[in-house]
Design a protein around this ligand. Sequence first.
Ligand code: CU
Length: 121
Amino acid sequence: MKTLIVPALAALVFVASGTATAQMDHSMHGAAMAKPVASAAASPKADATAMGEGEVKKLNKARGTVTLAHGPLPNGMPAMTMAYKVKEAAWLDQLQVGQKIRFATDPADGGMTVTRFELVK
Ligand SMILES: [Cu+2]
């Protein structure tokens, strides 16, 4: 019995370590990301320029996060709504709810930080 309990606990710890704001989508996100991240590492150049599209749903300046409803991303992440960190806190002042953007994320942290964005008219 004890051997069955250990993997269950490990899974719980993994889930609990996710960002609180992204918790709802993060488990799904992690599973879907596992393979694409590995293959993206093989072609860093293509991945660095690839951008996905999303719509700003929420801004949280205290946390330094922007919640985006995004479509399928070049890094393999399926469409979802989730909170991202931003590389520059000032970017949160340039965005507003309802704004559509194209954005790139940092592969180094599993694509959880927006490293670049442009506004979509
Ligand atoms: Cu996502």
